[in-house]
Design a binder for this molecule. Structure first.
Ligand code: C2E
Ligand code: MG
Ligand code: MG
Ligand code: MG
Length: 280
């Protein structure tokens, strides 16, 4: 009996695996179509300078609107894009879209702010990433200084020497570089000084309880000091309350991004938001 049950359990497990494999294969097919059919779009989340309270930048975040109208958040499809390699095409798409959009706003009379785009490690190591970036800037006419690329510590650690080389090529183009989710990975300080990075983004997990957990406040403060000593700026992510803002001001943080100021917005909403604040 025990043996039978064991076999049943095994069969059940196997059937579940099959289902999962099939569901993932379908997702990849849908995602490939989504890219071709233009179902991907961008939400823009503004970033703010703590010193003067002005919009200082924005981050472009990928969204997928299915044909039935439902909007799918990144955590439900980016991992599959990463596994299947579709992230290279989708990443190039959002890079071009964000550059195009900022250029349109600037042509409409706004001075603009740097737009941040998340870059996956598959894109970075795809071989011709710096060329792709300069090509997109040339195509869209966006000045290089208006584009910021967000990379994670894990990207760097995949191949440190290669990362240093690619970062330096990107810096030569003139784009800004930010390290996303800083503090959650394994960056080594010796690499930090070799990588010509402009901005560290403090991960939102340290901000969430920063007012009540002494340790999180110490981490935030340490990242801010580290960044400033290396000549980098700091952006805190996941800023949700006035208390968060106050403590980050006290700690000397430069910029903030989070629901307290604004959730990620559609392009039209973003420019309306900026104009309403008379920042544009
Ligand atoms: P991320 O780059 O760290 O982006 C910040 C995430 O925090 C966004 O989630 C944003 O909506 C969310 N967020 C902003 N303010 C708050 C806040 O006050 N509280 C909380 N709890 N969350 C806040 P989103 O848009 O769901 O994106 C999740 C992640 O998906 C991103 O994290 C990034 O790693 C990835 N992602 C999004 N778009 C792209 C893309 O175009 N390419 C790549 N490679 N990854 C992307
Ligand atoms: Mg990011
Ligand atoms: Mg982040
Ligand atoms: Mg994140």
């Amino acid at each position: 009996r025990a043996k039978d049950m064991g076999r049943d359990t095994f069969c059940y497990y196997e059937a579940e695996m099959d289902e999962e494999v099939q569901a993932r294969a379908e997702l990849v097919t849908d995602l490939r179509k989504a890219i071709d059919k233009g179902e991907l779009f961008v939400h823009y989340q503004p970033q703010f300078c703590l010193e003067n309270d002005k919009v200082s930048g924005m981050e472009g975040l990928m969204r997928w609107r299915k044909q039935d109208g439902t909007v799918i958040p990144p955590y439900k499809f980016i991992p599959e894009m990463e596994r299947s390699g579709l992230i290279v095409a989708a990443g190039e798409w959002i890079l071009r879209e964000c550059c195009c959009q900022m250029m349109r706003w600037m042509e409409d009379g706004w001075d603009g702010v740097p737009v941040s785009v998340n870059v996956s490690m598959h894109q970075i190591f795809a071989g011709d990433f710096p060329e792709t970036v300069s090509q997109i800037l040339e195509e869209t006419g966006l000045p290089a200084g208006m584009l910021k690329l967000e990379l994670t510590e894990s990207v760097i650690m995949v191949d440190v020497q290669e990362a240093i080389a690619i970062f330096s090529q990107l810096k030569q183009i003139g784009v800004e570089l930010a390290i996303d989710d800083f503090g959650t990975g394994y960056s080594s300080l010796s690499y930090m000084q070799q990588l010509d990075v402009d901005v560290l983004k403090i991960d939102q997990s340290f901000i969430k309880h920063v007012t009540e957990r002494r340790g999180d406040a110490v981490i935030a403060e340490t990242i801010i000091t580290l960044a400033h000593n290396f000549g980098m700026k700091v952006i805190a992510e996941g800023v949700e309350t006035a208390d968060h803002v106050n403590i980050l001001k006290t700690l000397g943080c430069d910029q903030v991004q989070g629901y307290y100021y604004s959730k990620p917005l559609e392009a039209d909403e973003l420019i309306a938001f900026v104009r309403a604040r008379a920042d544009a």
